[in-house]
Write a protein that binds this ligand. Sequence first.
Ligand code: 2HA
Ligand code: ZN
Length: 269
Amino acid sequence: MMIRNNKELMAEIGRIAEVAGYLWTKGWAERNGGNISVNVTALVREEEKKMPAITPPIALQEAVPALGGHIFYVTGTGKRMRYVAKEPLANGSIIRISYDGMSFEIIAEEAIAPTSELPSHLLMHNYLRSSGKDSRVVLHTHPTDLIGLSHCKPFMQSETITRLLWSMIPECRIIVPRGIGIVPYEIPGTIELAHATIKQLQKHDVVFWEKHGILAVGEDIIDCFDAIDTLSKSAQIYFSARMAGYEPEGMTDKQLEDLVPAFGLDKIG
Ligand code: 2HA
Ligand code: ZN
């Protein structure tokens, strides 16, 4: 099988498996919670791109014209992150989008049906690609502490939650410089959820799905994980202080602003 002979692609799939393992050990991936998709087109050789499909084309609900001919690794529907970590190709798929962007087919050796969130992941990749961003990764997971925060209405404002989590630890402002977008509750896996998320991705790389989970986009899967992990750390600091019976002071506005020139954050658009 050619995929297994492609060292660059297998290294990337190895990084996906590494992160899947973190999601499980963090307690963010109960049962089949969460899903990952990565645009691996740049890692696939021309002859591999033409590999015969092992399924007939599967129509997409909404076309993704900016992704015609692109290749993705996607976690499988109903598959558990703890098994993606061990066997990423037995618990995920390699898919190829048709040239018209209206359907996809599976080209890996196993016909693993992609995640239920595939149509929404692809719409996000289509948005990222057509707006000229280099983000190749969409990562969705269920961090307990961040979902907990999303059950508190006053926190479900982008500025409020961003300010709160940034102010718990300097790294958070640096690692999540574009702040947090908020998507009010929607049924998982729906196109409505995808469109609401895409709107937030115009300004943010990390989005909270109210009472459901977190979604991050980025160039690198490890960076996407790190952004969510840092937000989770901030949430834990906040909850620890509250559980000890006091409201944490948080960094001051000046302390937060001083990070901007110190870390070149003003250059981030
Ligand atoms: O795979 O997390 O949002 C299950 C999910 C759907
Ligand atoms: Zn989910």
